[in-house]
Structures are given as structure tokens and as C-alpha cells.
Ligand binder design. Structure first.
Ligand SMILES: Cc1cc2nc3c(=O)[nH]c(=O)nc-3n(C[C@H](O)[C@H](O)[C@H](O)COP(=O)(O)O)c2cc1C
Length: 205
């Protein structure tokens, strides 16, 4: 028994090679980023932002700080998935709007904002962990969304974080968590790698 989403997940591969030449129109990129942002985040922090390199010049700059990986320039676009510091004030305002729209119960805006201040203020390790969690979920969502449009993706950590931060003007408290390259898979790219057996990795508590 399977359905189209399960079929898509079952067939997903990271594109080992992209065929150059595909151009992604910016409305298409914006639609994909909008879908990526449907990913969950703790307290609905939405502690992420997205920088898209979709011009030759931007992709060259990114490739120079990504160990010269050719897929950075061969992909149609590469998304720099940036983790941001939880912003309790912005969160409180966002949640207050959801409260006003009767999506959330009264008081939750102040309650969650206080919890966020208590958890992350002065705790860079928690900030970093949360950035990696949120951005990883957004990256996976982005990959599935792109796959569903017949595109191919490759998540990448093969880059110099300091170089990406410098070249793309990240703030000191922002973390370049991952790149997601999006494009057209080359016919000679590797096919899907086998997985370990579920029984080897699954246990019940
Ligand atoms: C966090 C992360 C970082 C990765 N970094 C790179 C990378 O820098 N370059 C690359 O070619 N592939 C990269 N990959 C792709 C992995 O090699 C690939 O996911 C893995 O071999 C499994 O293959 P599959 O995704 O096709 O199933 C990365 C994957 C993940 C999840």
C-alpha cells in the first residue's frame, strides 16, 4: 500500500550530478520556500531564513566557499539555509496575531515568549541546537517539495561556514546550517543507495 507522497519519498535521491542549463523562475523558488516554511519549529519560532544563489555570479561566489563543489554552479539554484537566533519579541507579536484570529488560545503569546526567553537567552548551545533542528526540518520539506515538481535536490554541508557567513553577510548570531541545491538531475548521476534493514535500527521502548 502506498500513495503518491510515499512513492516520492521512496524514490528520493540526492542528485550526485546536475545537468546544467535549467533555470528556475523566481516565483517557482518562492513557492518552494513557502512550502519549506510549512515545516514545524519549536514554539513556532520560525528561526530560519533563506538566501538563494540563482545567478551565475552568486553561484560562483558560493562555490568558492563550498570546496569548489561543481554541483553548486551546475544546479539551477542553491538555497543557503540559515538558522537564526530565536526572537521572543517577534514570536510574541506573531502569536498575538494568531490569538486575535482565534487560531490560538488567549495568553499563549506571552507564555511562549517567556518560555523562549528562559530557554535561549544566554544559551548559545540551545540556540545552535534549535537552529539545526528547525533548518533541517525545513530542508527536508524543501527537498520533498522540489522532488514533487520533478526537480532534484542535494543537501550539502560541504562548505566553509565562516566563508559562507562572510560572503553572504550573515549576522554574527546566524548559522549557515545547510545548503540545498535544486536542479535537474544528470542522466549519469548515481541511482538510489540501498538502506539498512528497518529491523536493524528499529526498537520499541
Ligand atoms: C547534512 C548532509 C550533508 C551533505 N553534504 C553533501 C555535500 O556537501 N556534497 C554532496 O555531494 N552530498 C552531500 N550530501 C548528500 C549525501 O551524501 C547523501 O544524502 C547520502 O549519500 C545518501 O544518499 P541519498 O540522499 O541519495 O539517499 C549531504 C547530505 C546530508 C544529509
Amino acid at each position: 500500500m502506498s500513495n503518491p507522497v510515499q512513492d516520492l519519498i521512496s524514490k528520493r535521491v540526492s542528485a550526485g550530478l546536475f545537468s546544467p542549463g535549467l533555470q528556475l523562475e523566481r516565483p517557482a523558488i518562492e513557492r518552494l520556500i513557502g512550502l519549506a516554511m510549512r515545516a514545524p519549529s519549536a514554539y513556532h519560532l520560525q528561526n530560519w531564513r533563506f538566501i538563494v544563489a540563482d545567478t551565475d555570479a552568486a553561484k560562483q561566489r558560493l562555490r568558492a566557499v563550498s570546496y569548489n563543489q561543481s554541483k553548486v554552479t551546475e544546479a539551477a539554484a542553491v538555497v543557503i539555509m540559515v538558522g537564526t537566533k530565536p526572537d521572543a519579541d517577534r514570536l510574541q507579536a506573531d502569536l498575538a496575531r494568531a490569538v486575535a484570529a482565534s487560531v490560538l488560545p488567549r495568553g499563549i503569546d506571552a507564555e511562549w515568549a517567556a518560555a523562549v526567553r528562559a530557554k535561549y537567552d544566554g544559551n548559545p548551545e540551545a540556540v545552535r541546537d534549535e537552529a539545526i533542528r528547525s533548518v533541517s526540518l525545513a530542508a527536508a520539506t524543501l527537498m520533498i517539495a522540489a522532488d514533487s515538481e520533478g526537480l532534484a535536490t542535494c543537501p550539502m554541508n560541504g562548505f566553509d561556514p565562516a566563508g559562507v557567513a562572510r560572503e553572504f553577510h550573515l549576522a554574527a548570531d546566524e548559522i549557515p546550517v545547510m545548503l540545498v541545491a535544486i536542479g535537474q538531475i544528470a542522466p549519469e548521476a548515481w541511482s538510489q543507495k540501498p538502506r539498512l534493514p528497518v529491523a536493524e535500527l528499529l526498537s520499541y521502548a
